[in-house]
Design a protein around this ligand. Sequence first.
Ligand SMILES: Cc1cc2nc3c(=O)[nH]c(=O)nc-3n(C[C@H](O)[C@H](O)[C@H](O)COP(=O)(O)OP(=O)(O)OC[C@H]3O[C@@H](n4cnc5c(N)ncnc54)[C@H](O)[C@@H]3O)c2cc1C
Length: 366
Amino acid sequence: MGFFGWSTCQVFLENVKVPKEQLLGERNKGLKIALNTLNTGRIKLGASCIGVGKKALNHAVSYAKQREQFGKSISDFGAIQDKIARMEAYIFANESAVFRLGNDIDLLRATKEKQGESFSEAKINSLKEFSIESAIVKVYGSEIQDYIVDQAVQIYGGMGFSAESPVEHLYRAIRISRIYEGTNEINRLVIIKEFVKKGMKGELEIFSLFSEILEDLSTPSAAFSEDVIQQYEQFVNNLKSLTILISGVCLQEFMTQLENEQEVSMCISDLLISLYVMESTLLRVKKLQRIDLLDETYHFSLLKIIGFDVFSKVTTTVNELIGAFNSKKEAKAIVAAKSKYLKIPHSNVKEERRNIAKYVLAKESN
Ligand SMILES: Cc1cc2nc3c(=O)[nH]c(=O)nc-3n(C[C@H](O)[C@H](O)[C@H](O)COP(=O)(O)OP(=O)(O)OC[C@H]3O[C@@H](n4cnc5c(N)ncnc54)[C@H](O)[C@@H]3O)c2cc1C
């Protein structure tokens, strides 16, 4: 379908004898290296989706500015501006998640090196610690990339379907991103498996927090503050409580059967993806504020657009889960958690998207 510059083929190795001086690492320890290679590949894939997204957006914006219909440029239409704004916001969110993850891995690697590990040991061990996040940026990046490139084709209209347009090639080339480096289904399974493993080992505070959140379900949640950053801090904290509560309830209900309940596993992974992306976007906006690089109109609009998107996705996921329970008690706990924690600060998201579209359309580079 794409990548015609590559020669993709299968390689079969049958009864191959490899001299020991050719070993790349310790004998029988190859899987660890192979799995870590996947972690690196997943981060790189998430990062490459930023570049593709920006390219698709640039093409779409420059085409939208020059294409006229009904006596005006199509970039003046609200329907087109809505797409442009979502594309910009998704790129920002994906970039925030990838930057955060890269920095976290670098910091951990530096700490491990200080503790005496060699550079490569420290690198492999740090990557392993972030296998959940690596899978998250792979899944999120490849899925928003699909949306962005698809909408770029849409903005080109009939021209987008033509091989003469630059977006037709992108549309074909990026389809592989949801398949390689582990399909997105497999990556979602990695997310939940590692999450449960870390919870069991006590590396993630899921179970102690679960009991606290469950006990506290009947108390009402605090009203949103007036300050935008504080509002989204509350939103993220609420999402965390909701995710922990739901994961705990699902583990209780399905226990060892969770492997046979892939639909439920996928839903929990989706909650974790939304949470990580939302928190990364917020952390980036907070950092920009700290270092005096915050453009309130632009960055707060992005925050609100991503917040609304995350809220909509989480609502669907939670509704899906409520229906998946045979036991009424567990479903009731999720309904209570939904009504307490699933709240979004008020915003006129249509106007926020118009703000962002205006900003993108005013850039000279398009
Ligand atoms: C252009 C290209 C380049 C590639 N480059 C490389 C490379 O450099 N190195 C390399 O090693 N590989 C490479 N691959 C292979 C690629 O990683 C695999 O195609 C990919 O991992 C999916 O495996 P599969 O094709 O066997 O699909 P399958 O495993 O047959 O999957 C088919 C479908 O079933 C789903 N599925 C499978 N197992 C499960 C499960 N347990 N639970 C739920 N759903 C499941 C999948 O998600 C998918 O939707 C490349 C492939 C392509 C097309």
